[in-house]
Design a protein around this ligand. Structure first.
Ligand SMILES: Cc1cc2nc3c(=O)[nH]c(=O)nc-3n(C[C@H](O)[C@H](O)[C@H](O)COP(=O)(O)OP(=O)(O)OC[C@H]3O[C@@H](n4cnc5c(N)ncnc54)[C@H](O)[C@@H]3O)c2cc1C
Length: 471
């Protein structure tokens, strides 16, 4: 069927703040992907690849053109419980992985804060978990993959085969071709739960000291930041660190390797899970969120340090059960997540928090994580920290919010930082260029020219930041 006659639908980013209508197909094989590509080329349409659509902004959108929805390529091709090596089609989700492999004692080594993204989307963005500082991102878990370029070439990519494409397609936001098969190494587990410690942090200095003191002896580290508190409490919050448990430390944890025992409890802080989003939605305005942040901080002070054991799913995927996204309608929200080297991160984050407060546009939710550098060409990872900040978007604040984000970009760039395509809604070509630098971008463009000389692959994000345009 001609592209123009294909079904259309509205595609949005997870934050709801970007939306557009596209034609779409849902291929079930690499051949069908290639057929859709060639047909789009013949008819003059560009093509965006889309996984589960969990990127916050416009990274998997392509208004007026074709979207190839990869979610129907969802077969597990091979699984070896002896080694934890799995071969999957790209539409297999993080949830599919743990539901299949946990009973054999394996877990996806890198997971985001939601279980619904596809493995293809995670590899294309080289996503990170709360353990990036220890194990790296998804790319570090990929042993090899098949990359189908728009020219129709099927490249086996790995650290030793077509290594340039391997290091560029991972973190290449779907601009070098379609990942049609991915081989991952999973992480061996002896218990279905983690040993978790939480600690109340009085300011940003304490948060940084905690991360540096514990990154050597933690498997996961993450911290909530109260972005509304100012003065001597700037950057206060609560940190969580977790460690894997060995069988002899936690003999009772073995039964939790049963996936059915991982599902979350029915209530969160006494509120039925189904109502948590609605209850939080009632506070979804500046004063309400001030109260929520104050309440959360003082609740954390009741037991400034505490330790408990928590199933993996509850530790990682709480956001899937307490989703706030509906509460941000109709304008949606954006997440701004800069990555800043360890030497400059603390000052940059203080400057950002103060800027937000002085403009009267505070972030409703702040989350800090620690990273290590990796080998992927356009990766966001570096030896430092990220601070993810959620902002509601309204008709009234949109212009001022974007202006503030541009000013935050200046702080991040002056500090030697980077941004994250999976979360971005505000980056401009000059920011993209300055952040990754001419050399990396030129190398990427050269690979793109080989894989996609017609520039068939496009997303709204890539067009917005000028991935193809020399400046
Ligand atoms: C609640 C929530 C929490 C999150 N937490 C985290 C987190 O902790 N850490 C983190 O790093 N991210 C996090 N994210 C972001 C999310 O992990 C990434 O956006 C991820 O890329 C989404 O995967 P997806 O399958 O939805 O891909 P999409 O968002 O649909 O697409 C992402 C990119 O992958 C490309 N792509 C998709 N499939 C393929 C393919 N087969 N071949 C080549 N390219 C492809 C697309 O073109 C696009 O550029 C979170 C998102 C949500 C909604």
């Amino acid at each position: 069927m001609p592209i123009i006659q294909l079904p259309r639908r509205v595609f949005d980013g997870w934050g709801y703040s970007s939306r557009s209508v596209s034609m779409f197909v849902k291929p079930t094989s690499a051949d069908e992907v290639q057929h859709a590509m060639r047909q789009a080329a013949a008819e003059g349409f560009s093509v965006a690849l889309r996984g589960a659509g969990r990127s916050y902004g416009d990274a998997a959108m392509n208004g007026g053109n074709l979207v190839i929805d990869m979610t129907s390529m969802r077969r597990v091709l091979a699984w070896d419980p002896a080694t934890g090596v799995i071969d999957v089609e790209p539409g297999v989700t993080i949830e599919d992985l743990w539901r299949l492999c946990l009973k054999d004692g394996w877990w996806p080594a890198v997971v985001p804060g939601t279980m619904f993204p596809t493995v293809g989307g995670c590899a294309a963005m080289n996503i990170h978990g709360k353990n990036q500082f220890a194990l790296g991102g998804t790319g570090d878990q990929v042993l090899e993959a098949d990359l189908l370029t728009p020219t129709g070439e099927l490249l086996r990519i790995s650290r030793t085969e077509n290594a340039d494409f391997f290091h560029a397609a991972i973190s290449g936001f779907g601009m070098l071709g379609t990942l049609t098969r991915i081989r991952l190494q999973l992480k061996h587990l002896e218990s279905g739960r983690l040993a978790v410690e939480q600690g109340c942090m009085r300011d940003l200095d304490e948060q940084f000291d905690y991360f540096e003191a514990h990154r050597g002896d933690s498997d996961y580290l993450v911290s909530w930041v109260d972005c509304i508190a100012g003065g001597s409490s700037l950057g206060r919050g609560q940190v969580h660190r977790a460690k894997y448990l060995h069988a002899d430390e936690d003999p009772d944890g073995k039964v939790l390797l049963d996936p059915a025992r991982q599902d979350l409890p029915g209530t969160v802080m006494g509120v039925p899970r189904s109502l948590v989003g609605a209850v939080l939605g009632m506070f979804n305005f500046d004063l309400g969120m001030r109260l929520v942040n104050i309440g959360k901080y003082y609740a954390s002070r009741v037991s400034p340090t505490s330790a408990f054991r928590q199933p993996h799913v509850a530790f990682h995927f709480l956001l899937d059960y307490v989703t706030m996204r509906g509460a941000y309608q109709p304008g949606g929200f954006i997440q701004y997540q800069p990555f800043v080297p360890k030497e400059t991160a603390k000052q940059a984050f203080k400057d950002i928090l103060r800027l937000n407060q002085s403009r009267g546009i505070p972030s409703y939710l702040g989350v800090m994580k620690r990273y290590r550098p990796d080998t992927f060409l356009l990766s966001h990872a570096l030896d430092g920290y990220s601070l993810a900040l959620d902002y509601p978007v309204t008709a009234q604040n949109r212009e001022a919010l974007w202006k503030m984000c541009y000013d935050m970009n200046e702080i991040v760039l002056a500090a030697g930082g980077r941004f994250y395509p999976a979360k971005d809604s505000v980056l401009r070509p000059q920011d993209f260029q300055r952040s990754w630098g001419q050399e990396r971008i030129s190398t990427f463009r050269a690979l793109r020219h080989r894989a996609d000389p017609e520039r068939l692959l496009r997303t709204e994000w890539a067009t917005r930041v000028g991935v193809d345009e020399a400046r």
